[in-house]
Design a protein around this ligand. Structure first.
Ligand code: NOJ
Ligand code: CA
Length: 513
């Protein structure tokens, strides 16, 4: 494959925006679409290629937008469809692609489809959701919902049946065995494709096919939320039909599926024979500790599962569902080294807004806890300015500011060339200019314990990435004639590589002395 016909999303870096937390422009304390539009130039300066915006559709916000009550409209909290069109136009004018978040497994309980479905057993939409007979004391199976220890079933007293919800009771699962559901959800994709979006992040898309017999899971698995266990053949044919639809639109639109299971081989199956997802999230690396051996294992698992299918990997360290890696790894030095790791691997990296600022999770006082899943800390608002209010509208934001919001504001870090923000910017610029880093082959190099080193090579271009996960100096020859192109702590950039990697330091090295 030549570079000219490589799809854009293989060499792109995608930046995830949680819209509530990015920037508020109207003073209600909640980020909005206009807040994203106003900061597009900053994202261009940073050097990302695409943004993925978490849900901004109409929603009662029980799961902060992942409970959609109208797939084809913007929630007034975030703005209007006209605001979205303006944002999309301005992004495209700057060469930024825009992915939106499609939530196909469930709707809000306030979606008109569910309101109709639950109105009576003979409702025309009854079959759009998953209902089962029974008695109020005994759910139809032992599946567990996410965010609690409760069953994935709620008893509907009015119609005397259970309905299924893999997440909150306010998020009833659609029944994709009903052809009208598939047709209606395809329509929602067409709506946004016609508006010009470049693709979709697809929420827990591995759950749209379920065993119609809804069998209980083995007792030892009954404590795991069922959404992390589901895999069914029917998902694959549904993904193929969605892929056909998305591919039939001009301009290489992309489907990035969230396959939220802890097994990379299951993730890999959702790429199909290059006829299902273009990209799938693979979370085992996100859950790996900051240890060379753990990372080596996860990288090898990923290569082992995806390479034979010619499936292109994704890499994620942080998102709106998990503690930030800056918090998990425990220091800025490690967060910086992790940035080199993430942007040096073979695959499409996803950045979560704020990681380029080295943000830690906010401490949430009990009185301000909002999320039923305990994820508020990583959703703290982004500080843009060091001044009070941090560049947001006047009121207190919906969640507390993260630690050190003054020093870690975008403006403060932009003014400091040694900051983590500038490290991300240098890494993104290097990636853009280096075919080896964007698309090159991956090969491990010998390295001492505690260090991972690999080579990326594409035609004449060659980069070596070395990450020291340990807290002591490491000495590694790697190969001769290398120059330090980027150092996670900025030290020695431009100098010949002398064979030493500092504690929690990562380097990108290049030939060219
Ligand atoms: C995965 C999303 O990332 C998460 O935020 C959400 O709560 C669940 N899916 C349910 O939609
Ligand atoms: Ca707002």
């Amino acid at each position: 494959m030549t570079h000219a016909d490589t799809p854009w999303w293989k060499s792109a870096v995608v930046y995830q925006i949680y819209p509530r937390s990015f920037c508020d422009t109207n003073g209600d304390g909640v980020g909005d679409l206009e807040g994203i539009r106003r900061h597009l130039d900053h994202l261009v300066w940073l050097g990302v290629d695409a943004i993925w915006i978490s849900p901004f559709f109409r929603s009662p916000m029980k799961d902060y937008g992942y409970d959609v009550s109208d797939y084809c409209d913007v929630d007034p909290l975030f703005g209007t469809l006209a605001d979205f069109d303006r944002l999309l136009g301005d992004a495209h004018a700057r060469g930024l692609r825009v992915l939106i978040d499609w939530v196909p497994n469930h709707t809000s309980d306030e979606h008109p489809w569910f309101v109709e479905a639950r109105s009576s057993r003979s409702s025309s939409k009854r079959s759009w959701y998953v209902w089962r007979d029974g008695t109020p004391d005994r759910p139809p199976n032992n599946w567990r919902a996410a965010f609690s220890a409760d069953p994935a079933w709620t008893w509907d007293a009015k119609t005397q049946q259970w309905y299924l919800h893999l997440f909150l009771p306010e998020q009833p699962d659609l029944d994709w065995d009903e052809p009208a559901v598939e047709a209606a959800m395809h329509e929602t994709l067409r709506f946004w494709l016609a508006r010009g979006v470049d693709g979709f992040r697809m929420d827990v898309v591995h759950c749209i096919g379920k065993d119609p017999a809804l069998p209980s899971v083995a007792a030892e698995r009954a404590r795991i939320p069922y959404c992390a266990l589901n895999e069914h053949e029917s998902t694959h044919e549904r993904l193929r039909r969605i892929r056909e639809l998305v591919d039939s639109w001009p301009g290489e639109r992309v489907m990035v599926g969230e396959v939220a299971v802890p097994w990379t081989d299951v993730v890999a199956r959702h790429y199909g024979e290059n006829d299902e997802l273009h990209l799938a999230f693979n979370f085992p690396p996100l859950f790996a500790p900051w240890e060379a051996a753990a990372w080596r294992e996860r990288i090898d698992q990923t290569r082992g599962a995806l390479d034979p299918r010619e499936a292109w990997p994704t890499w994620v360290l942080s998102n709106h569902d998990n503690r930030r890696h800056r918090t998990r790894y425990g220091s800025e030095a490690r967060a910086r080294a992790a940035a080199v790791l993430l942007l040096g691997l073979r695959g499409t990296p996803f950045l979560y807004a704020g990681e380029e600022l080295g943000l830690e999770d906010a401490v949430i006082p009990p009185a301000r806890v909002l999320d039923p899943g305990g994820r508020d800390g990583c959703r703290a608002p982004l500080p843009w300015e060091p001044t009070p209010g941090h560049g947001w509208g006047a009121r207190e934001p919906w969640l507390p500011w993260p630690p050190d919001a003054v020093q870690r504001s975008v403006a403060a870090l932009r003014a400091d060339p040694a900051s983590i923000l500038h490290l991300y910017r240098r890494l993104l610029a290097l990636r853009r200019s280096s075919p080896a880093l964007r698309l090159g082959e991956f090969r491990w190099l010998d390295a001492p314990a505690g260090v991972l080193a690999w080579e990326r090579r594409c035609a004449g271009d060659r980069c070596v990435v070395a990450v020291n996960f340990s807290d002591t100096d490491a000495h590694a020859v790697l190969t001769t004639g290398l120059r330090v192109e980027i150092a996670s702590d900025g030290l020695g950039e431009g100098a010949p590589y002398a064979g030493r990697i500092g504690p929690d330091q990562a380097l990108v090295l290049r030939t060219g002395l």
